[in-house]
Design a protein. Structure first.
Length: 69
């Protein structure tokens, strides 16, 4: 489930969303992975994703991103 087609699409959608806020050419997979890991230690991110999708959403998203990039 973490490496299937839907998971890959989720990872790509998240990457596109992140890139909307960056200057052209500054996105990197390594930085994206680091950002994803920060979601687990910052309650603001955890609350944002969990309140929008449900408990455990943050952990799931991070696992998807780390698996698919």
């Amino acid at each position: 489930m973490l490496a299937g087609v839907a998971a890959h699409e989720l990872a790509e959608m998240h990457a596109a969303w992140i890139q909307m806020y960056l200057a052209d050419g500054t996105y990197s997979v390594e930085a994206h992975k680091g950002l994803a890991q920060s979601y687990l230690v910052d309650d603001r991110f955890r609350d944002y994703y969990n309140s929008a999708v449900g408990e455990g959403a943050t952990e799931f998203l991070v696992k998807v991103l780390l698996t698919n990039f």
